[in-house]
Design a protein around this ligand. Sequence first.
Ligand SMILES: [Zn+2]
Length: 189
Amino acid sequence: MDELIELLKQFDGIGNKAAKKIFFEIMTSKSKKDKLVETIEKISNSYKICETCYFYRFENLCKFCDDATRNQELICVVSYITDAQRILESNYRGLIHVLNGEINLNKNIHPENLKMEELFARINKDKEIILALNLTFEGEVTANYIGNKIKSSVKKVSRIARGIPLGGVIDYIDNETLENAITNRKNLK
Ligand SMILES: [Zn+2]
């Protein structure tokens, strides 16, 4: 019992109380439990990470990389897969790159721990890069690092506009604000 509760607590945003609530709900309803196990098994077989953009592939299809109608010269860089999901639901029509985190020296997260080299490998003089990183200290550090590294090797690099309140985390803002921030992005060079 403690094992499953401890496991649930490892999820972002789930504390002790929520973990116990979920645990008892699953365990006291056989149909919920069976459905959960069955669904996780079914999805996990078709769910993989895309080796190009690090978003997910479902049934071997990446909704960014495998969509030929998207602008192939535009790449939006985000910190987390949840941010990429938000971008997917917006009216943005380019490609994506998920870094899998942000530079955070206190937590010992360096550029080499992120999908940074993988991003650099995708860029060239025809590409426009939008840095849609969180407007937090770590997001700024990461955006500056990437901006400095790539500004001479891409056509354009921009940072999402400050329509997002300072300290704003992409996952928590509404679609309209996110779309405005992308539209009103600020050129870095
Ligand atoms: Zn992809």
